[in-house]
Design a binder for this molecule. Sequence first.
Ligand code: GLC
Length: 479
Amino acid sequence: MKKILLIGAEAMPFAATGGLGDVLGSLPLAVSKAGGDEVDVRVVLPLYSAISQEWRDQMTLEIAYEVALSWRRQYCGVYRLCKDGVIYYFIDNEYYYKRDTLYGCFDDGERFAFFCKAAIDMLGMIGFYPDVIHAHDWQAALSLIYLDRKYRQSEGYAHIKTIFTIHNIEYQGKYDFWILGDVFELIENDRSIVEYDGCINLMKGAIVSANLVSTVSPRYAEEICTAEYAHGLHPILTENQEKLCGILNGIDYEYYNPTQDPCIAKNFTWQNLDEKSENKIALQKEVGLHVRPDIPMISVISRLASHKGLDLVSEIVYNVMKDQDVQLVVLGKGESRYESFFMGLQETFPDKVRALITYDRDLSKRIYAASDIFLMPSKSEPCGLSQMIASRYGAIPVTRETGGLYDSIKPYWEENGEIHGNGFTFVNYRSEELREGMLAAIELWRTEEKRISLIKRIMQTDFSWNASAIQYLRMYLSL
Ligand code: GLC
């Protein structure tokens, strides 16, 4: 039996702020199901104060020890919880994790260095030596670096193989050299591992240390070898290209399931799309828009960050709203310039536009279920899960052909009455191209017969973990 340990900063349903949380919430179970008796899958996470009492009540204290991080000696409690056959370990230290947010603290470098050190120490403490450690994003990068630089001589640690997954190359964990020893407990000899471009770069350190590197779509694996997408790391990825691969994420088909989702007004399947439109009516009432089941509802559900392509949306959306009989619902928060833009748009079109500046998972599902068209014109997108969730809830995606959007949404075309593709896509990062895609989607939506056949096709596209879990499993077994 292969023992696999995933290390990462967030996982649903415990604590999550974005896509990484979705993936670490669903991938372990998917691999465990796909591998059956061949695998033992476990996950390590920090015990944030955001993790609810309901989960804490199900945890048991496995062990407590002291973690050394440079001159510091810090308490570490390891709590354990078993969910659907996957064991989760939570690293407890209130000084580091009893905060209002998961990230964005002045001492994130130290918080995640402690997390990585505590996770690797834990293996010896509880006598669980995995065959593979699979670390995710920069917050877990030091676990692979510590393993190589400090633990390989100790019994149990020598044979462990490693995988590092990049969920978004924009966030690399860059720090000034003065904390190399004082915070990260690395010595001058370790410097060349983490050194990049004049500073410490934890993601770079993990890429060079890992046996294999993966990212969350095949297209993104190609893109991050180029200057346009790599945020400076392309030379490192090009040098390590033989160990790099891309595996498209899936989504949790139980949690995102329109046929039984308790959060939405009316459950539906691709066989009874009339019931989908009841969700639109319910949302129109909920957010105070005109109740108009006859017009398309367009939505954007996204962190309001520039790489999500919101500049393109803001360039064209005014004219689209002025000229077209449609509604627009935006959900998300982020950069204030986008928040103000969408709030301003709502003031201009009070009957047609709602800007909901918040992060709310249940509300997002009601919007997916209500939407007819879903916009995701990202400038870059490692994988993107929203286009898959939108598809599952029967909204037609309009996406830019980049990263995982390219791999998951193929352009619609029709020949001899036969439909191809599962959305509207465009290639160049230009607002005219987004507008064309949007207008084409609106036009198609207005022709009932075409709309129904395309939506049925979209809803039946397989975005479950089935195929990708097998690819991860193969990668684990190959090591
Ligand atoms: C990051 C990426 C997103 C991806 C997610 C899960 O949030 O930006 O594209 O879907 O990680 O891998």
